[in-house]
Design a protein. Sequence first.
Length: 106
Amino acid sequence: MPQHSVVITTEDVRAALRGVDDPEVGMNIVDLGLVYGVEVTPTRLHVDLTMTSPACPMGEMILEDAQHALEALAPAGVEIELALVWDPPWSPDRMSAHARDHFGWS
């Protein structure tokens, strides 16, 4: 088992993913509520993501951007897993207060 001197937390993962925007709405995927779960072990980062809709035309790009953000965060040898999930379906209720304010929904 590889030993890494850098300890990554779930908040580190969320911070890295805040750099990934959904280009259709101009907001990061964490504040949009698209990140459903983060699991961090010494050898693996696992993130469950969703999209605002199954027909999201930017889904592939968002997944690629998330992968790149996590690759920049993780030490060499740490496996990165992104899982696209649809249950429960995304709704605006999942957005942060910051995102709701941004869209004037507060």
